[in-house]
Structures are given as structure tokens and as C-alpha cells.
Design a protein around this ligand. Sequence first.
Ligand code: CO
Length: 185
Amino acid sequence: MKYPVTVYGDPLLRKKAKEITKDYPNLKEVIENMWETMYYSDGVGLAAPQVGLSIRLFVVDASSGADEEPELENFKKVFINPEILHKDGEEWVMNEGCLSLPEIREDVERPDEVTIRYFDENFVEHEETFKGFAGRVIQHEYDHLDGVLFIDYLSPLRKRLLKGKLANIAKGKVQPHYRIKIPVK
Ligand code: CO
């Protein structure tokens, strides 16, 4: 089942999400539905708050980066209760998009590496360092669990230029090919 995607203007996207236990109701199904929603929407990552669930869970499929980084072939991971331990490396710019910000793409600067502790879908704990494209997507998705969106990193000028677009998203005046949940005003 595909979930509707929550978009800019929905207060849930600004909330700090809560940790879950392995007894979280229908966890397996929730994860399956998130994959389905993400692939249908052509996303490379999706965080639970983007499908209306304020829990610390996100999924990432970074395999589309395998052209440039061959080790990303089959990179498909579930992150539950993740905790970023540190970010390292040079900052670099990538043009980012977000399913919750349809029709907006902006250059965002982030550190190259992220070291993260998390549980996978079987609640096995891992501690790993990700860099390049995977590190980028993971930082973006992790931010969603803390109520942060990539537009928060833009300069006041860039943000001002996006004001109209953002207002339209919040009013539901966008029509991406996937279903969205129009924020209640
Ligand atoms: Co996003």
C-alpha cells in the first residue's frame, strides 16, 4: 500500500520523531509500504514523518549512485532509531530535492561523512560510516526525524525567493505524480 506523502506546511514534518521498540505495530508492513511509496515517487530515501508517522525510521536506496560509486550497487537499508555520532570530511554541494517539497531543488552543502548507529529492520544494531552519495541521503533523511528540511540550510535570500512556491505547497497547489496529503490550514 502506498501512503500519501506529507508536504511542507504539515506540522508533523517539523516535529521531533519518537523512537520505537521492536513491538511497534505492523512494523514490517510499515517498512514495506514505505519502500512502495518511495519507489513509486522516484525517491532515493523516505522518512516516516513524510508518510504521517512521527517515528524514528527511514529507508534509503542509494543504488542509483552506483554509476559514480560502484560500491553503492544494491545499497538498500532501513534505519531505525538512528543516532548520528559524528559528521566529518569536507563539505560539498549537491542539488537536493525532497518528496515533501515537490518542484523545489536547491544546492545544499553538507559534510561528506556521517557515522551513525542504528537498528536494521530485524532490530540488529550497527555502527557504520557512510560517505559520498549514501552519506548525503542519510543526512537528509535523518534530518526529517528532527523536523529539519533541506530548505533550512539555504541563505535568507534563497529562502525568500522560494516563499511563493512554499506557500503553494502548503495550500496543496502542487501536483506531483504521487499522492500528497494536503496540509490542513
Ligand atoms: Co526529504
